[in-house]
Design a protein around this ligand. Structure first.
Ligand code: T4K
Length: 419
């Protein structure tokens, strides 16, 4: 564990960085190590490492029961999960999705020659704005891919009404939304299917992993075939497939994570409250809050820095934090439409995405989860406050410098000597 030191002078001005070791967004939540190690021993004893082993089956059953959804199919990661779900529901041609998301959402379509058509977001919730979807539909559109960003469920009622009217498939990228819901409805059963990520940085992690959930029996059967090369029998393939399987060791981590879910969410909720206190009253700084009807997992603490009102812009504040070893992330700057191949394929997309552009220029995710403690948050809050108080000085110091992104250092480097 790193120890935070009281920042007297900002590191930008030659002071000692607030943290001796980098503080990350997405530092993994880790459950009961003893249980995990027991399960790992069991896996080795059984000599059954992957291909639908007992831990994967248990993991799928537990998630299905927890989310109240008929089928859960564990995956090696959410990106492959999205690709398989997209293919299994029969999306082709064009699919409407937000640009304000992790690049994997768009790539999962483009990877299979489906054109991602970027839609603007609601600037308050950061999720797709259903009021802008219909204007983007063409005869080639086959579906809508919503993203429950930060664990905030999309406006599923409005999206599903459009889909019904226009005969479209609906998928949700629920990478951030495990354990989330709204108005008593849990993420997992919306649309034709939903796709979760259990990457190391997610609320529940399986090192790498993901899952597709659906209430559609035929779709679930197709997905199961597709994720296992299309095998329908011992020596028989009936479908074009790929390898989307989760390993036993990942499922063991997942089961162990599920057992600590209540602790993870309690810590995340506490952290969110502590950030609220630490950042209270700062001009031009907005902490993303959730509606009373939502059940968030609080896996992300998201700030918006208003360049008109705050003493520093988002990028200036990020530079200050990075120099203090606080590795805040500009998720999801600059928006998928401004990355390749999309910016070449649709160079004018930004014109119809004003809210995406505005939000992408303001957002900053701060370290949270079980990897930070209340002292860390107090320190991060003090650094932000101090940076804004000394806004003019910080701006002047950064003016001549090229913006530099941080070099992420894993906690311990391993030097392999092959000589
Ligand atoms: N859809 C959405 C909306 C998503 O956000 C994602 C993934 C996906 C789909 C696809 O899911 P997967 O196929 O990954 O299951 C990270 C994650 O790799 C990615 O899973 C996640 N979203 C995205 C938001 O964040 P990067 O490129 O930012 O990763 P990286 O290596 O910079 O790590 C992020 C931070 O976490 C760093 O500050 C370091 C820290 N970290 C990372 C790892 C792996 C740790 O402290 N420990 C670790 O073990 O994408």
């Amino acid at each position: 564990m790193s120890r935070a030191t009281e920042p007297r002078e900002l590191a930008l001005f030659g002071g000692v960085p607030a943290f001796p070791v980098q503080k990350h967004v997405g530092s993994p939540n880790i459950g009961d190590r003893r249980r995990l190690l027991q399960r790992m021993e069991d896996i080795l004893d059984r000599r059954w490492l992957t291909n639908g082993g007992p831990y994967v089956q248990e993991f799928e059953k537990r998630i299905g029961a927890m989310l109240g959804v008929k089928h859960c199919i564990a995956m090696c990661n959410a990106t492959i999960g999205l690709e398989i779900a997209i293919r299994a529901v029969g999306m082709t041609g064009e699919v409407v999705l937000p640009s304000f998301t992790f690049i994997a959402t768009a790539h999962a379509l483009q990877w299979q020659q489906i054109r991602p058509v970027f839609c603007d977001i609601d600037p308050d919730t950061h999720t797709i704005d259903p009021g802008r979807i219909e204007a983007l539909l063409t005869p080639r559109t086959t579906g809508i891919l919503g993203v429950h960003l930060w664990g905030r469920p999309c406006d599923v009622e409005a999206i599903e009404a459009i889909a019904r009217r226009r005969g479209l498939k609906v998928l949700y990228d629920a990478a951030h939304a495990f354990g989330c819901g709204r108005g008593g409805r849990k993420v997992g059963g919306f649309g034709d299917a939903e796709v979760f990520s259990f990457h190391a940085t997610k609320f529940v992690n399986t090192f790498e992993g993901g899952a597709i959930t659906t209430n559609d029996d035929d779709l679930a059967a197709r997905i199961r075939l597709m994720k296992n090369f299309g095998f329908v029998g011992y020596d028989d393939v009936g479908y074009v497939g790929t390898n989307g399987k989760m390993t036993e060791i990942s499922a063991a981590m997942g089961l162990t994570s599920l057992e600590s879910l209540a602790r993870f969410v309690a810590v995340n909720r506490r952290n969110h409250g502590l950030y609220r206190e630490a950042l209270a009253g700062l001009e031009g700084i907005r902490l993303m809050e959730f509606d009373d009807v939502e059940t968030p997992n609080h896996q992300y603490v998201v700030l918006e820095v208003d360049p008109e009102r705050a003493a520093l812009g988002r990028d200036e504040l990020a530079q200050v934090l990075w120099s203090e070893n606080i590795i805040a992330r500009r998720y999801f700057f600059p928006g998928c439409h401004r990355m390749e191949p999309y910016r070449t394929l649709d160079p004018a997309a930004g014109e119809r995405l004003p809210a995406t552009g505005r939000v992408a220029a303001r957002v900053l995710s701060l370290p949270t989860n079980t990897g930070v403690d209340p002292d860390d948050i107090a320190t991060i809050g003090r650094v932000i406050r101090r940076a804004l108080e000394q806004g003019a000085r910080v701006r002047a110091a950064l003016a001549g410098r090229a913006p530099a992104t941080p070099i992420v250092v894993p906690h311990r480097r391993i030097d392999v000597d092959l000589a």
